[in-house]
Design a protein around this ligand. Sequence first.
Ligand SMILES: [Zn+2]
Length: 303
Amino acid sequence: MKKPHRQSRMMGLLSLFVFLFLSGCTPQPAETSAQSLTVATSISPIADLIRQVGGDKVNVINLVPTGLDPHDFEPKPDDIRKVAQSSIFFANGAGEELYLDKLVQNAANPHLQTVVLSNGLNILDKTAGNPGNPHLWLDVKNAEHYVETIRDSLIKVSPADSAYFQANADKYLNQLDELDQWIKVTIGEIPPEARQIIVFHEAWPYYANRYGLTILRSLVHSGEAEPEPKDYAELIQLIKQKNVRALFGEAGFNPKLVQQLAEDTGVKYVGNLYDDTLGNTPNSNSYLAMMRTNTQAIVTALK
Ligand SMILES: [Zn+2]
């Protein structure tokens, strides 16, 4: 979760200028024919939501590679080139894409629309100086709102395919409704006194609020590497006091700290909840799969 230092940023800008110079600096106009409609987004869970609605009529570019921490991501010249060829950039917003303004500016495509999927939803921890907690998609109801916005945005860019996008979205929204119900019922299998989790980073309040879990602590906040030693001692005490049954690592983030904490407290370590990134297995390579896997992992560990 380190901040990129100034020099690498300068190098990035320099290579961008070289690239634009060599390529003649002419972004392509947005495509209007559906088959070649290209859109871009930041993270893989959102890329999947777009694919479910866009089907084979939309080419989706996913900037942050699967399995990586998006909070650390800086677009490279190749990413900027891809965004420059897109009709829409679907951003999560709420600070998930701190590079967004610069990216859109550098893409220099007057036809590019930016759609911020969290707009209109209740963003937690948002204050004057803080964009808030970006992980809204972990509440399935919020993901449904994302899907509706994606559907409406694609229809606007490609009205000829309106019926196709509408049908895909309807079908997928039904699956999301089923998922939401299933998570509620499944979390309900955990004894009420055990419905408490400690997670690695602060991705989980939307999920916890919707499905009835308490987050005792997120070990790190964005921008922090790890807790101070005195916080670590306090954590150990908290885990013992609250009789915490399991600690969870997260895909895309270094598991060392959580593993160490599990070892020091004798609590079970459960690897890889999926939040900011999908995985590469059938159990994690789609939004539906990742949400089921997360829920199963949590319930199995706490039941
Ligand atoms: Zn995150």
